[in-house]
Ligand binder design. Structure first.
Ligand code: FCB
Length: 474
């Protein structure tokens, strides 16, 4: 009798391992070296917008502790690090020269990574828009996309040592959480503006790609989307229609213009009365759909969707409904983020289901693109604490990451060209509207002293990245 071989759980040889952070969430030093306010400074200073009134004023003090943080990364053994550049450090005024001190900070960071043999993967925009641009209409104003092109040109020309650039992080969140639902900066609640912002962010991405092609033909350029898997709560036609609509808003509204050069018909119709698509000009879609070199995907949780007016049925099916969005987006989904009965969830209340990640990756390959894919964010918040022996034991995070890495391996076996994985996050940090109340790090940050303590998951992840293998627990 032959014993079947243990399935191989190795990642491809050149698989890029990393962790991710973002400028406003970790840097602090908000008034230093010429930085001007961003929309997140304004929003977090507005009472009631962020849990406990937390702000990014100090955050992880990474602006001063960057070298220590890079040593932690080196100790982790990752080959890459994803971070973002704060626009208000580079172009503190709406127009005017670049700020050398801001550029110097990021050049030091890039050089520090290179010295440690870590590939830098910078994102040009991870939500910290200069407040001065918001004062002129922000992303609802086409001008902002043009200013982004100037900013992109500056960082492309001035910063050395970058092989891969990412234009945007999760434009859906900027547009919809920021301009549609008021949950993120700048806190506006106008669906028409959310549609306008969607288009202008995509246009800005296209202009960023154009700048890269002309100024730095040697670099690769892509963007990161937060894509979802939206499952109808039941087989009722209203739930199925709502799930498709949710898919349209989160996925197709971005994937179609990027990879097909058009907006989906149903989205054009649904948002027609908001006039948001009036933002489109001749030639925009050609710019937006210009080829990119890779696509980054941020994935945390799937969503379950019910049709509007079906709260009762959802409750009867045992679902704990997430925040309804029907008040701002009529007829729309009811329950993205609803918890599936019996499924575990993170401290964000997000259901854990890694099979959705595999499903998403396979769909991208089948329906949209053959460009290389990277998971640019995946991870989980749990209620961590430092125990009496000074350690932070976070077995749930290990399990979460293990399951999602396993799903990545499954997707690779399905033929998906997945090239890397960036764990969110290196450090506990400012989790946007949740402030410091949610910890996503594999390194604990003591916000009073600034002290860093690698959690158990850090040690576990080091094992994965240094061996390029995933143990085969069930
Ligand atoms: C993503 C953001 C990232 C972080 C994680 C938890 O949407 O890109 O900054 O907050 O969620």
């Amino acid at each position: 009798m032959s014993i079947p071989p243990v399935p191989s759980r190795s990642f491809p040889k050149s698989f890029l391992w990393g962790t991710a952070t973002a400028s406003y969430q970790i840097e602090g030093a908000i008034t230093e070296d010429g930085r001007t306010p961003s929309i997140w400074d304004t929003f977090s200073a507005t009472p009631g917008k962020v849990t406990n009134g937390d702000t990014g004023e100090m955050a992880c003090d990474h602006y001063h502790r960057w070298s220590e943080d890079l040593d932690i990364l080196a100790d982790l053994g990752v080959g890459a690090y994803r971070f973002s550049i704060a626009w208000p450090r580079i172009h503190p005024e709406v127009s005017g020269p670049a700020n050398q001190k801001g550029l110097d900070f990021y050049q030091r960071l890039i050089d520090g990574l290179r010295d440690r043999n870590i590939t830098p993967l910078p994102t040009m925009y991870h939500w910290d828009l200069p407040q001065a641009l918001e004062d002129q209409g922000g992303w609802a104003n086409r001008e902002t996309a043009l200013r982004f092109a100037d900013y992109a040109a500056t960082v492309l020309e001035e910063l050395d040592g970058i092989e891969k650039w990412t234009t945007f992080n999760e434009p859906w969140c900027s547009a919809w959480l920021g301009y549609g639902y008021g949950i993120h900066a700048p806190g506006r609640t106008d669906i028409g503006d959310a549609v306008r912002a969607t288009h202008n962010l995509l246009l800005a991405h296209g202009l960023g790609v154009e700048a890269a092609r002309s100024l730095r033909p040697d670099v690769e350029i892509g963007l990161t989307l937060n894509l979802g898997v939206h499952r109808p709560g039941t087989s009722h036609p209203d739930d199925r229609a709502a799930a498709w609509r949710a898919d349209g808003n989160t996925n197709r509204l971005f994937l179609d213009p990027l990879f097909r050069g058009s907006y989906p018909e149903d989205m054009l119709e649904i948002y027609a009365d908001t006039n948001g698509f009036d933002a489109m000009r001749e030639g925009d879609l050609a710019l937006i759909s210009a080829p990119i070199d890779f696509l980054g995907i941020n994935f945390y949780t799937p969503g379950t969707v019910f049709g509007a007016g079906r709260e009762q049925q959802a409750r009867e099916a045992g679902f704990n409904l997430g925040p309804a969005r029907t008040s701002t987006d009529k007829d729309y989904l009811l329950a993205i983020g609803a918890e599936t009965p019996g499924r575990p969830q993170t401290a964000m209340g997000w259901e854990i289901d890694a099979t959705a990640l595999r499903e998403l990756l396979v769909r991208l390959k089948n329906e949209y693109t053959a460009v290389p894919l990277y998971i640019t964010e995946n991870g989980a918040a749990f209620h961590d604490y430092v125990d009496s022996s000074g350690r932070v034991l976070d077995p749930e995070r290990v399990t979460y990451v293990h399951q999602h890495l396993s799903a990545c391996l499954d997707a690779i076996a399905d033929g998906v060209d997945l090239r890397g994985y960036f764990l969110w996050s290196l450090l506990d940090n400012f989790e946007w509207a949740y402030g410091y109340s949610r910890r996503f790090g594999i390194v604990w940050v003591d916000y009073d002293s600034g002290r860093r303590i690698p959690k158990e998951s850090f040690h576990w992840y080091r094992g994965v990245v240094t061996t390029n293998e995933l143990d085969t627990r069930s």
